[in-house]
Design a protein around this ligand. Structure first.
Ligand code: CA
Length: 151
């Protein structure tokens, strides 16, 4: 019952957030991706659900250019689409983090302080963090959505 109630609240929150959202606020950054920053403080699950509701996913930094692009969107430290599952960090697409072209942890991270990841926009480095704690977040449109328009 508790789970159902939590899910209902999550859906309500996602509905409110997505009704305020508009497609036009996605920004294409050449050589990186198409992103939208949400400067509302939510836990990782809500951030993840909000991006999904926009036909996007939490941003996945996998190259230097992507770290720089995501960091350019906000002065806060946004959640990204990486989470520890069964002891291994994976992207929201299911890819092992270690298989990405570029992975940059902050010094002494990950320190097992939580299973969800945010990007420190000053250091351009990753931190693990408790998933229930709140952060801003950045969504990313799947590549196929924009590459066809990119001439
Ligand atoms: Ca940490």
């Amino acid at each position: 019952m508790k789970g159902m109630q939590a899910m209902s609240w999550l859906l309500i929150v996602v509905f409110i957030i997505s009704s305020v959202a508009s497609e036009s606020s996605y920004t294409r950054i050449r050589g990186a991706g198409t992103y939208r920053v949400h400067e509302s403080w939510v836990n990782w699950d809500t951030a993840n659900a909000t991006c999904t509701a926009e036909g996007a996913h939490l941003a996945i930094p996998g190259q230097v250019a992507e770290y720089v692009a995501i960091a350019s969107l906000t002065t806060y430290h946004p959640y990204v689409g990486i989470r520890r599952q069964d002891g291994q960090f994976r992207t929201v697409n299911g890819t092992l983090l270690s298989l990405l072209a570029y992975v940059h942890w902050a010094q002494n991270e990950p320190d097992q302080s939580g299973d969800c990841i945010f990007l420190d926009t000053e250091e351009k480095a990753l931190y693990d963090f408790p998933c229930e704690d709140v952060n801003v977040f950045v969504c990313e449109k799947p590549q196929s959505d924009y590459e066809i328009h990119d001439k």
